[in-house]
Design a protein around this ligand. Structure first.
Ligand code: HEM
Length: 363
């Protein structure tokens, strides 16, 4: 073998050696051939302190277990890299919650349709009198429409956030849907404040007429006379059905407002940890410490449940206040209702306001 060939062979062996060594270092993280494979597995450490000495498995087990670090930015939820409970939360939100919500909304339209088919529009049985009585003054009507118009925008934009990608996106296409949703989200975030102002005003104006009374039970026991023609149980300014709507708006709307402000991170109160610690002091088995992320997830679930429930209730209210009953809408449009309508639906209230009747009786 010539001297030249010997040199080439030595060169090839050297290159092969370097490649093998590099590969070995890549696999075991060290040139120390004394570290055996078994030792690396049993110690759970990465040999040679190659990328820290914790194995990836331990690291990711910790992260998936919800280990939290610290962050200096205001949003403390970012301190948790992975939260495995989030899978459960997403499944509940996109599964059972969206299904029950959708079916409930559909159900209320079916119930009202069936009711209308059997009962028809509830008419003023004694006919319109031609005389009127003031039902709501200007401020009360303003409070009603401030709350109503803001609620309708919040409901529609909320429904789009929840169901839009399944219903609207296939109809409008991804680009228009993205534009619509970002506008809707913007409106949802700001119009919430008008709704809050509306329910506060409604509460102040109407709470004294909505205190539950014993006669409300009698009204409820006969279904408010809604199912039989010509029968009208006595009621004061608001009957039991309206009181239920009022308190649903105040309590439901109040709860929506608080969870909404928490979602906007405007208020930073651990609402759920606080409520859970009350429950655990009563003996319930619930966790009393929650991460900011868990608080957020529970707020989303609660905001959705209360929002959907209120939509169902308000669809019923809109029906009875418009197509379902003759003469009711005047209360919130002109503020003046027909005297016979008032006598049939709020007889005790009319007795207290005899002096405020306007106009002459119709011939
Ligand atoms: C187009 C939608 C709506 C219509 C047509 C409507 C109609 C009416 C009518 C006619 C009344 C007066 C009933 C009476 O004189 O005794 C009323 C009262 C009231 N409305 Fe509305 N409303 C609508 C939307 C809303 C919304 C969205 C809310 C709240 C989120 C709301 C909350 C209330 C409350 C709390 C009362 C007083 C209690 C009651 O009468 O039930 N309304 N509405």
């Amino acid at each position: 073998m010539s001297f030249l060939k010997l040199g080439k062979l030595a060169g090839m062996v050297a290159v092969l050696g370097i490649v093998l060594a590099a590969g070995f270092v890549g696999v075991v993280g060290s040139l120390d051939l004394s570290v055996s494979k078994a030792q690396a597995q049993s110690a759970g450490n990465v040999p040679g302190n190659f990328s820290g000495n914790l194995s990836d498995a331990d690291l990711w087990r910790g992260i998936r277990g919800g280990v939290r670090g610290t962050v200096s930015i205001p949003d403390k939820r970012a301190a948790q890299l992975v939260q495995s409970d989030g899978d459960l939360w997403r499944a509940a939100k996109n599964g059972i919650l969206s299904q029950v919500g959708g079916w409930s909304l559909l159900a209320i339209f079916i119930v009202l349709g069936v009711f209308y088919a059997f009962r028809g529009k509830i008419m003023v049985d004694s006919g319109l009198s031609g005389q009127t009585i003031e039902r709501f003054n200007g401020l009360e009507r303003f409070a009603h429409w401030l709350t109503a118009s803001s609620f309708i925008v919040l409901a529609l934009t909320g429904l789009n956030i929840f169901y839009g990608r399944y219903v609207i996106k296939p109809l409008l296409g991804a680009e228009t849907f993205a534009w619509l949703t970002s506008m809707g989200k913007f409106a949802h975030n700001y119009i919430g404040f008008a709704f809050i102002a509306g329910i506060i005003l409604m509460f102040v104006l109407w709470v004294r007429d909505n205190v539950p009374l014993l006669e409300d039970l009698k009204w409820l026991a006969v279904g408010g006379g809604l199912f039989s023609k010509g029968f009208h149980p006595p009621a004061k300014r608001f009957n039991a059905g309206q009181k239920l709507i009022f308190w649903a708006v105040i309590i439901g709307g109040g709860s929506l407002s608080i969870s909404g402000l928490a979602l906007l991170t405007i208020i930073d109160i651990p609402l759920w940890a606080g409520s859970f610690s009350i429950l655990s002091s009563l003996g319930f088995d619930v966790p009393s410490t929650l991460s900011p992320l868990q608080e957020n997830q529970l707020n989303v679930i609660w905001h959705t449940i209360v929002g959907m429930t209120m939509m169902v209730v308000i669809v019923g209210h809109i029906y009875i206040g418009s197509v379902g009953m003759e003469g009711a809408i005047a209360a919130v449009s002109t503020g003046q209702v027909d005297l016979n309508w008032a006598k049939e639906h709020h007889s005790l209230w009319v007795e207290e306001h005899q002096g405020e009747i306007k106009g002459q009786p119709a011939e």
